[in-house]
Design a protein around this ligand. Structure first.
Ligand SMILES: [Zn+2]
Length: 960
């Protein structure tokens, strides 16, 4: 053991030993297995603090399980499919200044290396080497024999097999579907490609075709039923409008829409042809025909209408839409003669069409009044709108003036009415984003109806049912997320699974398409099992479907697979039995950003391809990491790479810091001040261990143990118990709190109280307890203690109830509590005591205390009953004046006690006077003067009448 803690030397030494001995290379055996996977990193940059957190959590779980006796497999691969790496290569080729700056400065790539990374292949090669180096440098217990990259030709064979299988099961379908689309890249965009608007969904609006002569003025609405109540249309006189020819399903029409709407329409499945520009002013003041009622309605000017919303022309329903009502009202006194409008708008008759219990004839007007909304710009207009919509949607019924729809619930009308409108040629469906979406390349996205697009049929109810069943039988950590997973399944719609551009595997049944990156990263955990054998010598062309069918699904025979692949039946059987051993995945641990995509698809594909017994068993989620309060960004910075953290602070310190700063869903904030303090803690730990080992200490268990030794062993059990419980639910912060910080405090107290014989034993347990978190320094200490083998493979400490000693714990609590009370008095009075006197509680108080505890146990503790009960005792009545006040205090104290301390109190009895007297020497040493102990019943020396303040377990104190 070196004199001073040097993270670099220790970490290199142990990483080399782990590597050389292959301790983390997992092979099936008789032990129970534990297969943990973390989503492989996407390699368009170096690993950063977010990866550091997620992967370190995974490593702690892997190491913990290994020490518990499980045969643990923790593999890793690299994800490179899709467009971001291609995009990055282009940016580097063009020497894009922002990219060059961020990648040299924040990703830490030397400029001369960076300029060379000008093809996707070179980028993949560079970052996969760097990522492995970084993960090794922080000491992850990964079985590196199984690594792969998603562009490996062998991996592509596996993905082809997977997609052929899904196709055969009819889970991949071809058709026209609305997709998020980047017009610049000419490609669908997936969550990973989005700069802004990741949360956006595609919403289906109904286009209502108002008519002016033979021209259609379409209006998009989510409430088509309100067409019955339209009094006017809104047109913004300052927007550019166009006339276009729209051909759809054999019907030819001329439409007028905003320029933006025209752009969007070109991406739909309509054929659209530009005819001419139209002056918006010429559209205002005309009368158009409502397609449902045939009524003539006027078009009015409105500056609030935006070109990018819907068609750029908006229908107005003042009776049910507060904004429309406010906008009409605002025009009452305006001079609109420039538009040829001379009629008095006060004559515009509002049309009520929904009956709703909370409102009368005109809900919008009532709501505006109720909220006292001033005008359109008043924020309260939004509240009024929400209230009207909510009430009408949930309780509204259509009135007589809606014809055959009268009596129908508002909540049920949309689909029925839209279908009727489409059939009669009076309406169409129009898709829009719920919020703007911008592609990674900076281009605003559109909804594109892609014809002949390949889709994963995620909306299939049968498929979803299996996923629900899978979730039901899984552990979700933390448990509160279960609802969210189910909701995400509810909402999931069909998803485009192929694209034209990027890296990856061609769709095997339609080679014009590349499989999208969220589709080829769903069941690759099973590939880890096969990857080891491939690396040992299976050729790409040998990876035929028959081979995967047999080893992963048990379909066919090994002989058939041998005949088809040329791989020996022995090897094939071996892969099959390995797969049977390792699968299913016992835990997938991931950052929370992957819940709605990666993790969801992981479940969908597993239930589609594998039998129920191979479905995943647990998912754990952790929060994000920020940097000194700032959000990290791969493409803009700031960023803290894993290598940089390990380079500056060392592996163990970085691990301990990130694990103790937050847990589960909490976000962590990486702070320099925080990691500095972690550095000091590990330094201290090393020093302490070195002192204990250097003193030549050996195990003291079984020798003549004193109270303080029994206390230490008892405390240690509590720490072990809490640490195990916390690790079981992946609460790393709580685990470290117990296994490190609180244990360190206990040890300090132990030494202060003169404890020494157990130092070696405590250290021996402590090293094992800490090994999953800070494995390198623990190996170093373990070795210096003369232990056989590596601590990484030693048994994890488990709770031993027989070592719990409540009597010893109580005594120490009494002593430490008394010492801190004395310290507090000295601090306040600033005296240097010449003598200290401690008074333990009188008999009657102790009796009352026990009585109150007993009542609380029965659940009927209250001051009235307690006082009555106590006063029925003649002995107690002697203290009649004091009893009620004391009883009040007891009730307050006991009811606010933690369950743990309450349970200990009720199960135990302590003679306080004896305990204090036995430890007089310690008090005298700590306080620095002679100490006397009395019972308050019998206080021979009490010059300042302090004894009356004595309380059970809280002696009164007099300092002289
Ligand atoms: Zn783009």
């Amino acid at each position: 053991m070196q004199q001073d803690y040097s993270s670099h030397d220790i970490e290199q030494k142990w990483q080399q030993k782990w590597n050389e001995s292959g301790v983390f290379e997992a092979e099936p055996d008789d032990r129970e297995k534990f297969f943990i996977t973390i989503p492989y990193p996407y390699l368009n940059g170096n690993l950063h603090a977010g990866h550091t957190r997620t992967f370190t959590i995974g490593d702690v779980v892997a190491r913990y399980r290994r020490m518990l006796g499980y045969n643990v497999l923790y593999p890793m691969g690299f994800h490179v499919t899709g467009t971001p790496i291609v995009g990055l290569a282009e940016l580097i080729q063009n020497q894009d200044p922002q990219t060059m700056k961020v990648y040299s400065q924040f990703h830490g790539i030397p400029m001369e290396t960076l300029t060379g990374l000008d093809t996707p292949e070179k980028i993949v090669e560079y970052f996969s080497v760097e990522a492995e180096k970084a993960m090794r440098s922080i000491g992850y217990s990964i079985d590196w024999r199984r690594k792969f990259t998603t562009t490996d030709p062998t991996y592509k064979k596996f993905i082809e097999w997977q997609f052929n299988l899904l196709y055969e099961k009819n889970l991949i379908v071809k058709g026209s579907h609305p997709v998020k689309w980047c017009p610049n890249d000419n490609n669908p965009v997936e969550d990973h490609d989005i700069l802004h608007g990741e949360e956006a969904t595609i919403v289906d609006y109904t286009l209502i075709k108002f008519k002016y002569n033979d021209i259609v003025l379409p209006c998009a609405t989510l409430r088509p039923e309100t067409t019955f109540g339209v009094t006017n249309l809104w047109i913004n006189p300052d927007l550019e409008h166009v006339k276009i020819k729209v051909t759809f399903e054999g019907r030819e029409e001329f439409w007028v829409v905003s320029k933006e709407a025209y752009h969007k329409l070109t991406f739909t499945d309509r054929e659209v042809e530009f005819i001419e520009d139209v002056d918006a002013r010429s559209l205002i003041g005309i009368k158009v025909k409502n397609p449902l009622t045939e009524a003539e309605v006027i078009t009015l000017p409105a500056s609030f209408v935006k070109g990018e919303n819907g068609s750029g022309i908006v229908m107005s329903v003042p009776s049910h839409a507060p904004y429309d009502y406010l906008a009409v009202r605002d025009l009452y006194d305006k001079d609109l003669s420039e538009y040829g409008i001379t009629e008095d708008l006060r004559d515009l008759k509002f049309i009520s069409l929904i009956k709703v219990p909370e409102f009368g004839e005109l809900p919008a007007l009532e709501a505006v009044e109720q909220f006292n909304v001033k005008d359109q710009k008043d924020p309260k207009a939004e509240e009024a709108t929400k209230m009207v919509y909510r009430r009408e949607f949930h309780g509204g019924v259509l009135k007589e003036n809606t014809g055959k729809y009268a009596g129908m619930a508002v909540s049920k009308i949309k689909d029925v009415l839209t279908r009727d409108l489409i059939e009669q040629g009076l309406g169409e469906v129009f898709y829009e984003f719920s919020e703007p979406v911008v592609c990674r390349c900076g281009t605003p996205c559109v909804v594109n109806m892609v014809k002949g697009q390949w889709f994963l049929n995620y909306s299939s109810p049968e498929w979803k049912d299996k996923v629900y069943r899978c979730i039901e039988n899984m552990d979700i950590i933390p448990e509160e997320l279960r609802v969210e997973f189910n909701n995400k399944v509810d909402w999931l719609k069909d998803k485009a699974c192929a694209r034209k551009k990027g890296l990856g595997t061609l769709l095997p049944f339609d080679k014009n398409w590349l499989i999208e990156s969220l589709g080829d990263s769903t069941i690759y955990m099973s590939y880890y099992v096969v990857a080891k054998f491939i690396a040992a010598g299976i050729e790409t062309e040998q990876l035929v479907p028959e081979l995967f069918d047999y080893v992963l699904l048990g379909k066919g025979t090994a002989q058939d697979a041998e005949a088809a692949s040329g791989v020996s039946a022995d090897t094939i059987e071996h892969i099959r039995s390995d797969f049977e051993y390792w699968y299913p995945v016992d835990l997938r641990s991931s950052g929370k950003d992957l819940i709605p995509n990666h993790l969801l698809f992981f479940l969908f594909h597993h239930v589609a391809i594998f039998d129920e017994e191979k479905w995943p068993r647990a998912i754990a989620i952790n929060g994000f990491v920020s940097l000194e309060g700032q959000k990290m960004s791969k493409s803009k910075g700031p960023l803290l790479t894993l290598s940089e953290a390990v380079g500056s602070y060392g592996a163990d310190i970085s691990r301990m810091y990130i694990l103790s700063s937050a847990e589960q869903m909490q976000d962590a904030d990486w702070k320099n001040s925080g990691i500095e303090s972690a550095r000091k803690q590990i330094d201290r730990y090393y020093k302490l261990a070195k002192e204990i080992i250097g003193s030549g200490a050996t195990s003291g268990i079984g020798s003549d143990m004193k109270g303080i030794d029994r206390w230490m062993l008892s405390r240690l059990q509590q720490r072990i118990l809490e640490t195990n419980e916390a690790l079981g639910t992946i609460r790393t912060r709580h685990a470290l709190q117990n296994s490190f910080f609180l244990l360190l405090n206990d040890l300090k107290w132990y030494q202060k109280r003169g404890g020494s014989v157990l130092l070696y034993d405590i250290l021996e347990t402590w090293v094992r307890l800490m090994a999953p978190f800070t494995p390198h320094v623990c190996e170093e200490i373990w070795e210096a203690m003369g232990k056989e083998g590596m601590v990484s493979l030693a048994g994890y400490p488990t709770y031993d109830e027989t070592l719990v000693d409540t009597s010893a714990e109580f005594t120490e609590e009494l002593i430490s509590g008394t010492i801190s009370d004395v310290d507090e008095i000295i601090r306040v009075t600033k005296i240097t005591p010449q003598k200290a006197v401690l008074y333990t509680a009188p008999e009657w108080k102790t009796t009352a205390f026990k009585k109150a505890l007993a009542m609380q146990k029965e659940g009927d503790l209250n001051p009235g009953v307690l006082i009555k009960e106590l006063m029925s005792d003649p002995e107690m009545r002697r203290y009649g004046k004091e009893v009620p006040k004391f009883a009040q205090k007891l009730v307050g104290d006991i009811t606010s006690m933690s369950e743990e301390s309450f349970n200990t109190l009720t199960s135990f009895e302590l003679d306080e006077k004896v305990a204090l007297e036995e430890n007089k020497d310690f008090f005298e040493k700590e306080i620095g003067c002679p100490v006397e102990v009395y019972s308050a019943d019998d206080a021979e020396y009490d010059p300042e009448n302090k004894a009356k303040f004595a309380y059970p377990l809280r002696p009164a104190i007099y300092l002289e």
